[in-house]
Write a protein that binds this ligand. Sequence first.
Ligand code: F0G
Length: 457
Amino acid sequence: MELPFAESWKIKMIEPIRKSTREEREKWIKEAHYNTFQLRSEQVYIDLITDSGTGSMSDRQWAAMMLGDESYAGASSFFNLKNKITELTGFGYVIPTHQGRAAENVLFSHLIKAGDIVPGNSHFDTTKGHIESRKAFALDCTIDEAKNTQLEIPFKGNVDPKKLEKALAENADKIPFIIVTITNNTAGGQPVSMQNLKEVRVIADKYKKPVLFDSARFAENAYFIKTREKGYENKTIKEITKEMFDLADGMTMSAKKDGIVNMGGFIATRREDWYEGAKKFCIPFEGYLTYGGMNGRDMNALAVGLDENTEFDNLETRIKQVEYLAKKLDEYGIPYQRPAGGHAIFVDAPKVLTHIPKEEFPAQTLTIELYLEAGIRSCEIGYLLADRDPVTRENRFGGLDLLRLAIPRRVYTNNHMDVIAAALKNVYDRREKITRGVKIVWEAPLMRHFTVKLDRL
Ligand code: F0G
């Protein structure tokens, strides 16, 4: 008999989690203004709010923590990290930052000015925030197919070369760089093919523009290239990673995802001018150049995490767990962004809560229902997160409205996946009875979803 698939690791340390009653959850979510970011973690049974900074470190990473060098300048931990990044990406200049958005802040302070346009596939919300707060524009050139959640294509995160070329033909003088987010989180953790990265490079070269990768989940992207793109079957993840970054001028990285650390990020580049420009902002915003926003021990753990998570077995264990959950949802007929992405399942909320108009935020309503059902905390990647148009101040209802089940790395077992699927099925089965959504009571002008206060209608 063929042996079934199983994790490529075993568990050495556990953390207890706690169930609650429906009455408790009714009270807690009301106190949280129906915003799952406002819940306390003890009020949560299974936490799927993000895969960012929530992974389990390995014994090797913990061992590396103990060897952290906390010297202010020139720490050996910095060089451990820098050498690993250079080995994986080919980028010789490295600036550590405290997380991904800090890398964006430092680099964009050098690269972006008011009136600029930054085209790419879907910009993550902090990326968009750092562009728009500089009075510049984030132009989404993702392929149209990404908006059809039921269409099954292998690289749904791709940039549409025609849209990108049009942007450059019309506005080349306003475009400081092109950004490609790998994987495309906003479109559902969907990968970008090597072929597409090459097409972007050709267009960039034609207009003499640099290319930046937002690389939070670059290793998962490499896994999909290996398993889905012709010609890459026999390449290692590390070979694919190197080939991807050969097509970019630099990267911003939230190390809290594919670096499998709880906090950290960096900028890496082959361009001396980007490095010199970013240096000027790193020191006042983040810290001295050999630690940026990070401790020595965290840089050491990150160096090991990057090495481990660019190995096939570790990535296969992870992606197969996301697929396992997807198969359960298939069994129950629950619609999600297909095929399942790298780090999460994105449930297509308007297809579930068909009685709730967009003005009442279907995905946020589903997020609340799932929490009430079983204490599972997810988040909305939809109309709330899309914020308002900076000019008209209207809600941006043009994109998808998704409930995201983000799966932390190496944290939950497939038994937890069974609970999540069953809870969602219970909500799905009573969907006809859910007829009222939520309304906004208070919101921040930018990145409102973290702090928005809502009321049930
Ligand atoms: N880029 C992408 C693609 C991201 O997904 C994130 C964070 C960032 C940049 C910012 O990095 O959080 O380290 O400052 N995404 C998290 C999420 C928060 O839940 O998807 P950060």
